[in-house]
Design a protein around this ligand. Structure first.
Ligand code: NAP
Length: 588
């Protein structure tokens, strides 16, 4: 491909996509956009760090060949005032993986924001922001190390789609008249109007990407964050489409939170990613109080905008938060802050945001060892209090260094003997242990854990207790001892010769043993157990379940999955849920 100003590096091989996956050679050509304002300072420093990390990790076996792509003011100088030349779009698509510094949005003259233009023109539909804590970074939280999430924010739809009309404009008046006369909509006259489109296509591709990431990176869960309680057909639909993708495309690799509690008694099936959802406003609170409950977050555009900055602030501010905008394969990694023009060319600012965007990029290439080197060296430097001005003013006894000075300190640290393998193993051990502790709590106290983690039970699967099943031919007395030892009031009886499952409760002992004047040692459970079972599917709503119990005059139902009993719900369980969580009348 011939370019006007972009030049291919002298060596290097292009990344390709094969069988839906990136094929990354050992000498890939990657694109970089220097950016405006502080962009050149941080880009220069980061390129040195990334190259040093690759060199150190692979001893020369791997090397990045950089190709400069022009956007912003530098492009404007080269392309006669064009801030986002077609050649830049072509270059970013052609080279597949690139990284960019911040860009100035030219004021006036009807320019779109360059960042918005970039996302739209390349259809970069996922804005990805990992947020984690690095020891030593000043944070307002008491336990910031519990924050480690990756946010997938939908980038193309929602109120950001740009379908908006100024109050009093002919378009707004026309739309107002249409909505009021055709649909009987009610709102104040002469309102500004905005439209919030949200599609199955847009939502599903975003959630699909988030689930793939979770699976590829051994993440525990994907949380769909939405305002579906209020905006049912947009935000609520996002939630529903999210669960649909998981069910239709990742059935064997995922488990819903409902099934986690209802079918698996709180134990996460090996290797499966838990799919759950939370209402957006509660999520802000939960990310402060229980951040370790969350891992990958998939959310709509506006929620994601607020949430990414709020969570980044929890662990040291937006100053070092990295990000990327991604299509199916094309990815543009970027600093998430702006051009901070007052610091331009002073070699002063923190390169952290761009630096960690580069770490994300290395991980995206599958070059984990190089990414780890930076990840593990960074906190070492910060803990020595070698920092740029922004952190220095928040610390006592800090040594303030320039942007390039910070890069030097980081490179020195990477070259010192950092045992990356041991650090990673230690990190993974800590993650495993924390997951096991939470799992143990879920198993022991499912309702309390559900409540603390912000989940409201909706279905019988959410509140069912695991069942205990016994063979049909066992003596009643034997099962009674078992029930007393385990503190349970009923057991499920496995099918006998008639092939039917049955249930035996304490009540059966009273009526069919004591009242009937029989000996529990000489009666088999199948003789007094009730059958057939009244069963309900795991996804039945609590409201429907209550109706079933009332109509059938029974005090417990058995929850089944694929014709096998997996749990039990009693009137005591329903009472407890309504008492603890309250009850909002269901709109039928
Ligand atoms: P900004 O450039 O992010 O700067 C705001 C303040 O944030 C700075 O004054 C500085 O705080 C701090 N800051 C930003 N980057 C930093 C770094 N690397 N290290 C340390 N501190 C840093 O936001 P803005 O002033 O609102 O926007 C300026 C321009 O950037 C605008 O043209 C805007 O359109 C553009 N912008 C571009 C992007 C992008 O390309 N992705 C994103 C946002 C904004 P102190 O003053 O307290 O030191």
């Amino acid at each position: 491909m011939g370019y006007r100003h972009i030049e291919y590096p002298e060596a290097g091989t292009k990344i390709t996509v094969e069988g839906g996956r990136l094929r990354v050679p050992d000498d890939p050509i990657l694109g970089f956009v220097e950016g405006d304002g502080i962009g050149p300072d941080i880009t220069r420093a980061c390129l040195r760090v990334w190259d040093a990390a690759v060199e150190q990790a692979y001893g020369g076996r791997r090397k990045i060949h950089w190709m400069e792509i022009y956007m912003g003011e530098k492009a404007s100088e080269k392309y006669d005032g064009d801030f986002f030349p077609d050649e830049a779009k072509e270059g970013l698509k052609d080279i597949i993986v690139s990284i960019k510094g911040p860009l100035t949005t030219p004021v006036g003259g009807g320019f779109r924001s360059l960042n918005v233009a970039l996302r739209q023109d390349l259809d970069l539909y996922a804005c990805v922001r990992p947020v984690r804590y690095y020891p030593g970074v000043p944070s307002p939280l008491r336990a910031p190390e519990l924050v480690d999430v990756v946010i997938y924010r939908e980038n193309t739809e929602d109120v950001y789609a740009g379908i908006e009309y100024r109050a009093g404009s002919p378009e707004a008046r026309k739309l107002e008249a249409f909505l009021k006369t055709e649909f009987g909509a009610e709102f104040f006259e002469d309102s500004g109007l905005g439209i919030k489109p949200m599609s199955a296509f847009g939502s599903k591709r975003l959630v699909r990407k988030a689930i793939r990431y979770a699976l590829d990176n051994d993440r525990e869960s994907v949380t769909l964050v939405h305002k579906g309680n209020i905006q049912k057909y947009t935000e609520g639909a996002f939630r529903q489409w999210g669960y649909e993708v998981a069910r239709e495309e990742f059935a064997a690799e995922t488990v819903t939170e409902a099934d986690l509690f209802g079918v698996y008694g709180g134990k996460r099936p090996e290797g499966r990613v838990v799919i759950k959802d939370r209402i957006a406003d509660i999520m802000f609170q939960l990310m402060l109080l229980r951040p370790n409950e969350f891992d990958v977050i998939a959310t709509t555009n506006l929620n994601g905008d607020y949430l990414s900055d709020a969570i980044a602030a929890e662990v040291g501010g937006v100053g070092i938060a990295p990000g990327a905008n991604m299509a199916d394969h094309v990815a543009v990694f970027e600093a998430t802050h702006g051009t901070a023009p007052k610091y331009a060319n002073l070699d002063k600012v923190n390169p952290g945001s761009l630096l960690f965007s580069g770490v994300m990029m290395l991980e995206y290439l599958g070059w984990k060892e190089a990414a780890d080197l930076i990840t593990f060296a960074f906190p070492e430097v910060i803990q020595k209090k070698i920092v740029t001005y922004d952190f220095a003013r928040l610390m006592t006894g800090a040594t303030e260094v320039s942007t390039s000075g910070f890069a030097d300190a980081l490179i020195d640290e990477m070259r010192a003997d950092v045992d990356v393998g041991a650090r990673r193993a230690e990190h993974e051990r800590a993650v495993d242990e924390e997951r096991r502790e939470r799992e143990a709590r879920r198993v022991a106290e499912p309702i309390a854990e559900m409540k603390a983690s912000g989940r409201t039970p909706h279905t019988v699967g959410d509140i069912a207790s695991p069942i205990m099943s016994v063979k049909s031919g066992v003596a009643v007395s034997e099962v009674m001892h078992l029930m007393r030892e385990r503190g349970i009031s009923s057991v499920v009886v496995e099918p006998g010769t008639d092939g039917l499952w049955a249930i035996m409760t304490q009540r059966d002992i009273i009526s069919r043993i004591v009242h009937a004047n029989r000996s529990p040692a000489r009666v088999k459970v199948e003789e007094i157990a009730s059958k057939p079972l009244v069963t309900v599917p795991t996804d039945m709503s609590l409201q429907e379940c209550a109706s079933r119990m009332v109509e059938s005059s029974i005090r417990r139902v058995v929850v089944e999955e694929h014709d096998i009993p997996v749990g039990i719900v009693s009137d005591t369980d329903v009472f407890r849920i309504v008492e603890e969580f309250g009850w909002e009348p269901v709109v039928l």
